[in-house]
Design a protein around this ligand. Structure first.
Ligand SMILES: C[S@@+](CC[C@H](N)C(=O)[O-])C[C@H]1O[C@@H](n2cnc3c(N)ncnc32)[C@H](O)[C@@H]1O
Length: 265
């Protein structure tokens, strides 16, 4: 009997997708090694074959170049579900690094028909150039606009003009420095409509170490800024989490924490 020829299957179409990342040793894949996460998160299972192939290629290339500082599965799952579940069509991101969040938000916004749906700023020219190239490769240029610049610069281009209206969601993941985060909050929150949201990554006690000025980082900025701004309500997921915490014991698995602010008046 003739053996049936196996079709040529590129690795990215094999079942399992990110499950193999459970055995990858690099720290960037920490989420996949947790006790309760032996499955493909919806963040990845919702992608088309081509989108997943793009993301796999992106992991490979950024890994080779040592450009690894992306946000993670818990935070990005929350962001994309928030956008997709609520028809949020105007998103601003402060800090895109080499493009992980821009690609994943781009896939979500493309599925929603938002063009452009994301306006994203980063101060690093190499990061902007790399992100643009991968957005082109992913055919997301109609959905994501990349700008190079300081995310706290009042002269930075007007996102509302690009997006065709006030941003509904602002994702802050940039310098992590106390003073710069205050400047970002002061610059961007007046541009939100009532109900608009700000998510700030790295808002935990643990993540205060990411502040290059060692002044208390995002956590201190939120703690001091929020009480002085009654037009905004907020809470911080995992704000209390300190260095040495056991990730398996956390309900929201990102020890870096996430500030969630909403304009209420
Ligand atoms: C943690 S990375 C962002 C990761 C990204 N959100 C992702 O998921 O892939 C922080 C980024 O903030 C950028 N950044 C730092 N200071 C900045 C500033 N003043 N203005 C704009 N971007 C800044 C850095 O260049 C870096 O690319």
């Amino acid at each position: 009997m003739l053996a049936r020829a196996r079709p040529e299957v590129p690795p990215f179409t094999l079942p399992g997708r990110s499950v193999r990342l459970r055995t990858a040793s690099h720290d960037r894949f920490w989420w996949h090694r947790l006790e309760s996460t032996d499955y493909v998160p919806e963040l990845y299972s919702n992608l088309s074959h081509r989108e997943w192939a793009v993301l796999e290629g992106w992991f490979t290339q950024t890994g080779r170049r040592g450009r690894i500082a992306e946000i993670n599965v818990p935070a990005m799952s929350l962001v994309t579900a928030l956008v997709s579940g609520n028809g949020i069509r105007r998103v601003v991101q402060l800090g895109h690094y080499y493009g992980y969040s821009a690609l994943l938000l781009g896939f979500t916004l493309r599925a929603m028909g938002a063009r452009p749906g994301l306006f994203t700023i980063d101060i690093d020219p190499a990061a902007c150039e790399f992100t643009r190239r991968w957005l082109e490769h992913a055919r997301l240029c109609d959905h994501v606009v990349v700008r190079e610049g300081d995310s706290a610069d009042p002269l930075s281009p007007d996102a509302a003009a690009v997006l065709g209206g006030l941003p509904e969601l602002i994702l802050v993941d940039s310098s992590h420095s106390y003073a710069h985060t205050l400047a970002e909050l002061n610059l961007w929150t007046p541009r939100l409509p009532v109900g608009g949201l700000v998510l700030l990554h790295d808002a935990s006690e643990f993540a205060t170490a990411f502040d290059p000025s060692a002044e208390g980082g995002v956590r201190r900025a939120i703690a001091e800024w929020l009480p002085a701004h009654p037009e905004m309500a907020g809470l911080t997921l995992n704000g209390h989490v300190a260095p040495g915490a056991d990730g398996n014991a956390l309900v929201y698995k990102d020890a870096c924490g996430l500030g969630v602010l909403q304009r209420v008046r």
